[in-house]
Design a protein around this ligand. Structure first.
Ligand code: AVI
Length: 304
């Protein structure tokens, strides 16, 4: 039984009916997430890109000569290009991603643009221990983890993950993007877009299970429900059955009643200070941070 099947059985059986957001991301889910990043309401991507563009010179200086740049959860390699353009005599670029075919295609495109760049892709789940190429003899390892993906970890998991990065980057540094606590109305809009792309992204968890595991259910009978919990500083996403719904997975049946929501994602928001406190607990030394004029998004430079 795949871990997706195990996790879905556990979620459907209850009692808390929650499942990891990593199961959004099959090919269709990744394409929907790319559409989310272009939505007018979804500010994080464009705000972070603007910050990366504005401060690219500063990042290059902090990286120093001969660094090994490691991107965790590399995807289409869009944001990292802004760092690569300005980096000085990079030792190597190490993109880590679980999706081998996508990663290799993105690396080939990048190699055509930058023939002199040494690209050493690692196909791995970036939340786990990695087998990385050796660090440079006279340069530092610099980690890059943009997009506020750290917000999709529970705080204790985020701490564990940051500890892992701290060890891997020992003596180097981490540049990480973190979405900030803000007006709940802005957050609500960002996760409830007018075109319904986020709703389709959320329902894609069930469609992914239909394709990958033969789950029998009607994803259209589940409403997208996303709200901001100001006490926990997080967006919660749920799939809410509109009426009684029978789901069948590998011979087992689950009856969900209205109100029996399937909890699909948390997206935690931090203040600069609360994130720095977490980073310190993981053993990093926060050295600098940058925010946009509206204080919607932050980038942090953490010395490891
Ligand atoms: C990938 N991650 C940072 C996104 C977020 O904002 O938490 C995923 C997402 N969920 C709904 N919209 C975007």
């Amino acid at each position: 039984m795949s871990s997706f099947a195990e996790d879905l059985h556990a979620a459907l059986a209850g009692p808390d009916r929650s499942i990891s957001p990593k199961y959004f991301y099959d090919t269709q889910g990744s394409a929907l997430f790319e559409q989310i990043c272009e939505l007018p309401e979804y500010y994080p991507t464009r705000t972070e890109l603007a910050l990366l563009r504005r401060h690219a010179g500063d990042f290059a200086e902090r990286m120093g000569h001969g660094a090994q740049l490691i991107e965790y959860g590399a995807g289409a390699l869009v944001k990292v290009r802004l760092l690569l353009e300005r980096a000085r005599h990079l030792h190597s670029f190490v993109p880590v991603d679980i999706s081998g075919p996508h990663l290799l295609a993105a690396c080939e495109a990048l190699q055509r643009e930058q023939p002199a760049l040494r690209i050493l892709p690692v196909v791995a789940d970036f939340t786990r221990m990695h087998v990385l190429p050796d660090p440079p003899a006279d340069g530092r390892r610099i980690g890059f983890f943009p997009g506020s993906s750290i917000g999709n970890f529970e705080p204790d998991e985020a701490l564990q993950f940051l500890r892992l990065l701290r060890e891997e980057l020992d003596g180097g540094a981490l540049l990480i993007g973190v979405d900030l606590i803000k007006d709940p109305a802005l957050l609500h809009a960002a996760y409830n877009d007018a075109q319904g792309v986020t709703a389709r992204f959320n329902q894609n968890l069930l469609r992914h299970a239909q394709r990958a595991l033969g789950l029998e259910c009607d994803p259209d009978a589940f409403d997208h429900y996303a709200f901001y919990d100001p006490r926990r500083h997080r967006i919660e996403m749920h799939l809410l059955p509109r009426g009684p719904q029978m789901l069948q997975l590998q011979g087992r049946q689950y009856l969900l009643s209205p109100g029996d929501s399937l909890h699909t994602e948390n997206s935690h928001k931090y203040s600069v200070e609360s994130f720095q406190a977490l980073a310190r607990e993981a053993g990093f030394r926060p050295a600098a941070h940058w925010t946009d004029a509206r204080d919607w998004f932050s980038l942090h430079w953490l010395e490891a």
